[in-house]
Design a protein around this ligand. Sequence first.
Ligand SMILES: [Zn+2]
Length: 471
Amino acid sequence: MTVSPRPRSSLAVALLLVVSVAACDRPARRQASLIVTGGDVVTMDGSRRILSPGAVAVDGTTIVAVDTPEAIARAFAAAETIDAAGHVVLPGLINTHTHAPMVMYRGLADDLALMDWLNKYIFPAEAKTVSPEMVRIGTRLAALEMIESGTTTFADMYYFEEEIARAVKAAGLRGVLGETIIGFPVADAKTPADSLARAEAFIREFQHDDLITPAPAPHSPYTVDEPTLRAIRALADRYHVPILTHLAETEDEVRIIEERHKLTPAAWLESIGFLGPNVLAAHGVWLTDADIAILARTGTAVSHNPESNMKLASGTAPVTKLRGAGVPVGLGTDGAASNNDLDMFEAMRQAAFLHKLVSKDPQAVPAAAALEMATRDGAKALGLQSTIGSLEVGKRADLIVVAMNGARQTPMYNPVSHLVYVAHGDDVRSTVVNGRVLMRDRRVRTLDERVVLADARALAAKVRAAVSATR
Ligand SMILES: [Zn+2]
C-alpha cells in the first residue's frame, strides 16, 4: 500500500517563506564556546582601549571578538555566558616570579634579611621537607590561591618541576616553569650536573605543551658556577626555551660577585655570554646604571617583586629607570614565604606606592604602569607577548572578571585606578585560562578546595616537626 503525502496548506507554505526570508536577512550567529559580557572591558591592547560596557567572545582557546555587548550578541551564540555587569573584565594577571610550593613555608620565618632567612631557615627546611609529594601539595595550594586571586600565568623556580608542571596543567593554569639548578646538593639532585640533566629531561617532556613553557632556572650568580651557567645558556639555546634566575637581589650578592670576579653580577653574566632576550632576572634591586644599559642592550627582562624586597629589606629596584631604558619589567610576588601571599593586586599596589615614596614622585609608577607590568609587560618579560597579556582577537583567552559593585569599590570613575588602588584578589569573581573557565562566581572548577586545604594542613604538621628538629 502506498501513502500519498498530505498536501501542504497554503498558509503553511506562506509561513515557511516568511521564516526563510527572515533567516536570509539575518546571518546565522557564529558559535562560540564562551561569552563574557556586560562589564567594563579593560583590554590592555596597544591603544589601551576600554569598552564600557564591552564583551569578549571566545572560541576554544582563542579570543575571537572584543566589542560592545550588542555587537557580540548579534554575531555569536555561546555554550556558556558569564554576565559581568557591574564588574571589570581584564587580561589575567601574570606573576613573573614565584616559587609555588613555598606556600608550604608561608609564615614559617618572618622579619629576617635574605641571607639569614635563606641560610638559617629556608635552605634547612627545604633540605628536610622538599619531596615530590610536598611539591604536588604545595603547587595545588598555590594554584588554588592564584586562580582565586586572578593570576592566570606564573613563572616558577623550584625543584621537582615536572611535578609542578603536572599539577599546574591539572589546575588549568599557564606556567613558565624553571627547574632549579644550584651549586649544592638539593632534594632532587646531588650535583649541578644532575640538575642540568633533570632540567633537560623536563624541557623535553614539556617543550610542546600548550600551557607549560619549560625552562632551566639557575638559582643565582652567587650559587651557580661559571661552567654550569655556560652549560645552562647552551641548553636554553639548543631547545629555544627561556632562562629564569635571580639577579642583584641584595648588596651581599653584589659584594660576593665583586670579590670573585671584580665585576657587578650583571656585568659578570654578560661577560660569560649568559644574558639575552630569553633571560628573565628576578629582583634587580642593586643594578647600577651601567647594569641597566647591559640589560637593555642584551634584551634581558626583569621581574620586580616589591613586597618581597620590602619584607626582606633588600632594597628598592630601579624600576622607573629600567622601564625608561626599554627593559621589559614584569611584576612578581616571589615565593609566599617572603611576601606572604600570591595576590598580584597587592603586588600592583605596593609597586605603585613604593616607587612614589622612594622617589618622592607620585608619577613614578602610576596605576596604569602597575597594571601594564602585571599584564602586557609581564607577558613580554616571559616572551609570551604574542599569545597573552591583552584582550585582543587571536590571543589566548586568559581573562578575569573582578567585582566592582561593593561598598569598597563605589563609586568607580576609572576602572584602572580601582584595579590598582582598591581591588583585592578576593574581588576576582571568575578566572579563565586558555578558554577554560577555572573559577566561576568564586567556585573553582578544577581543584577540590577542601581536599587541597586538608592536604596542605596535614603536610604543614610535618614541616613544623622537621624545622623544630633542625633548630
Ligand atoms: Zn625568588
